[in-house]
Design a protein around this ligand. Structure first.
Ligand code: WQD
Length: 339
């Protein structure tokens, strides 16, 4: 299939582009580069050996989005593009609602106009809210504790209603747990701008000497070692889940499907630190700091529906995730070059 990947220059999007090409699909990228560097594209073309058409604009611009579908023969879309920083969404809610929702509305309208009805949407385990029942299943109730999370809940509802309105739609929402890791080549990886919000990139920057030490946000949670527990999933396992969903949803008889993409295993902050020290051979200095507002004690998936429906399984361990992250970070201490 010829697949449009929105946000294809981003962390998860770029890894999915490689997996799509390796699975024999053609890829077209649209990205506004608000949270990605153009140098990613050269890395992707070197790794895939193919030319990747890139359209650089925001999907909130309907005219440009519609024009893209007029000029490119698109068979399906994987929609990653969106603002995704939880803390920023609290301070800039209008930007988050407008960008994430308008870009989705614009994309859906352009798809409908051009008879493209296969869509895989990048959702998140954040839709399970503040007090999830563990392990989270797709039937768990959804809610959110921040505007970013609400955009995911709302977009899933829009997709559910659009799918119900016209049986030609084939839509999948994939709820990611905690994406980490990097392509084994060390050429692409997570490159957050500014101070990383997320644990793994922060640990990697401590290991490579960009940050002095890690603050562990709380060690008094009701977890085995008191620190936060999360279901970390390798970004390449996540990418494989997208390709499996794309190929399944096109033939699936359900207009709208929801699948968790997680390992089903919970790993604590201290366990991540130890794994990263093993992978890098570097000590990770840390201090115990107060809990971060909005954090939950533990989050991990029940991935059995994706295992059964997609015949997809997470394969990589936390040691693989740390080794691949370290290779990326040590090869690119300051992330992607600007040019
Ligand atoms: C993981 C654990 C922290 C940083 C977020 C978003 C979620 C999704 C994934 C988009 C927690 C602890 C972290 C640090 C720490 N993003 N931590 N020191 O919060 O589970 O999920 O990213 O969909 O929507 O909420 O990930 O990596 O920020 O935190 O101790 O400097 O590491 O308390 O226990 P989180 P995270």
């Amino acid at each position: 299939m010829r697949v449009l990947v929105s946000g294809g220059a981003g962390y998860i999007g770029s890894h999915t582009v490689i997996t799509l090409v390796e699975a024999g699909h053609d890829v077209v990228i649209v990205d506004d580069f608000s949270n990605a560097k153009p140098t990613v594209i050269g890395r992707l073309e070197a790794l895939t050996g193919v030319h990747l058409p890139v359209h650089a604009f925001t999907l909130t611009d309907y005219d440009k989005t519609e024009h893209l579908f007029s000029g490119e023969q698109i068979d399906a879309v994987i929609h990653f593009a969106g603002f995704k920083a939880v803390g920023e969404s609290v301070t800039k809610p209008l930007d988050y609602y407008q960008n994430n929702l308008d870009s989705t509305f614009s994309l859906l309208r352009a798809m409908r106009r051009h008879d493209v009805h296969t869509l895989v949407f990048s959702s998140s385990a954040t839709v399970y809210g503040a007090e999830p029942v563990l392990p989270m299943t797709e039937d768990s109730p959804t809610s959110a504790t921040n505007p970013y999370g609400w955009t995911k809940v709302m977009i899933e509802q829009v997709l559910r209603d659009v799918a119900a309105s016209d049986e030609s739609w084939r839509i999948a929402a994939l709820r990611y747990f905690n994406p980490v890791g990097a392509h084994p080549s060390g050429q692409i990886g997570e490159d957050p701008s500014g101070i990383p919000n997320n644990l793994m990139p922060f640990v990697a920057q401590v290991a490579v000497g960009r940050r002095e030490k890690l603050s562990v946000f709380g060690d008094d949670y009701p977890t085995p070692d008191g620190t936060g527990v999360r279901d970390y999933i390798h970004v390449d396992d996540l990418a494989a889940g997208h390709v499996a969903a794309l190929e399944r949803v096109g033939s699936h008889d359900e207009p709208m499907s929801v699948w968790n993409l997680g390992t089903g295993q919970g790993i604590s902050v201290l366990e991540v630190i130890k794994a990263f020290e093993r992978a890098s051979g570097r000590e990770i200095p840390y201090e115990i700091a107060p809990r971060r507002p909005g954090d939950i004690a533990a989050s991990y998936a029940d991935p059995s529906r994706a295992n059964a429906d997609l015949r997809w399984y997470a394969t990589k361990t936390i040691d693989d995730m740390c080794a691949d992250t370290w290779r990326w970070q040590s090869n690119n201490p300051n992330g992607y070059p600007d040019a």
